[in-house]
Write a protein that binds this ligand. Structure first.
Ligand code: URA
Length: 249
């Protein structure tokens, strides 16, 4: 079994070969017994010999590697890119990542519509993305991850519309009211610019919420998820998250 020692994870040699080569534990044992495996340039014949991801492991003189380290990125999505690997008519936003990122293994923690801009989090850690996107995951509204959007509306925002969003609105086809949202007016003479913070991630949620109060979203931009802001990241650019940023969720 895998066990933690300090910061480095230790593996049995047969388990490491299994993970790195996608073979069975039995096949890994055979490779070790057949004296094909070197660890740090020394022949090893014990299946339970302990190794870490930092060791140099060779099978039949070929170096093999395995990394359990998960990957986390923040991307500033421009308009026109779709939040999926396939791109029916539009370009996938994964095309904005470097070719070497092994994009097929990555997924998006909270999609944006093709015409929405702003922050997208990308990872290969399913538990982490679930924590961020799952609506109401521990029945405590305060602890859900907040997402903040800047919105340009088709019509001026009335006080009545704001009160409705703050109280929760009924979305067509959904049983539950939306959770209370935070609405701020932005400096704009037309009164058509707002900032909206929600703690759920329902399908087309922002556009449906504004439609439910009799308005219409013209432009939508996600500026913040939880403690993360785009902070200087230009449209079309992405960067890896720091350990601290990842652990903040
Ligand atoms: N809500 C929407 O309606 N669209 C988005 O892209 C994100 C949130």
């Amino acid at each position: 079994m895998k066990e933690k020692s300090g910061v480095e994870t230790q593996y049995r040699l047969d388990q490491y070969l299994q993970l790195a080569l996608g073979i069975s534990r039995k096949e890994a044992g055979k490779a070790i017994r057949n004296r094909w495996v070197n660890v740090n340039d020394v022949l090893v014949t014990q299946r339970d010999f302990k190794v870490t991801e930092q060791d140099k492991i060779e099978v039949d003189d070929e170096v093999i590697t395995y990394s359990s380290k998960k990957r986390y990125f923040m991307l500033h999505k421009p308009k026109g890119y779709v939040s999926s690997h396939r791109h029916d008519g539009h370009i996938s936003l994964f095309r904005l990542l470097d070719e070497n990122e092994d994009v097929e293994t990555l997924h998006i923690a909270g999609r944006l519509d093709a015409d929405t801009t702003g922050m997208v989090l990308i990872t290969d850690d399913g538990q982490w993305s679930h924590r961020i996107m799952r609506p109401g995951h521990n029945n405590d509204e305060e602890s859900d991850v907040a997402k903040t959007y800047e919105i340009k509306l088709a019509r001026p925002m009335t006080d009545e519309m704001i009160s409705q969003l703050e109280a929760g609105v009924e979305l067509r086809g959904d049983e539950l009211l939306t959770k209370p949202a935070i609405v701020e007016r932005l400096e704009d003479h037309s009164e058509k610019m707002i900032r909206l913070t929600i703690t759920e991630g329902r399908y087309h949620q922002v556009k449906r919420m504004l439609a439910a109060v009799g308005n219409h979203v013209e432009d939508l931009h996600r500026m913040q998820i939880g403690h993360l802001t785009l902070d200087g990241l230009a449209e079309g650019e992405y960067r890896a998250l720091t350990d601290e940023e990842v652990e903040g969720f």
